[in-house]
Design a protein around this ligand. Sequence first.
Ligand SMILES: [Zn+2]
Length: 41
Amino acid sequence: MVRCAHCGLHLPESESVRSADGQDYCSPAHQTSGPRTGLPS
Ligand SMILES: [Zn+2]
């Protein structure tokens, strides 16, 4: 499982979108939006 760097959603790595900098996202739209800080850990 990986976590979307934008919205924090957990999803299987096989369904994630990985950006060039190694961040994982749930969708191309969130990859475009980029990482968002301040997510609850
Ligand atoms: Zn997301």
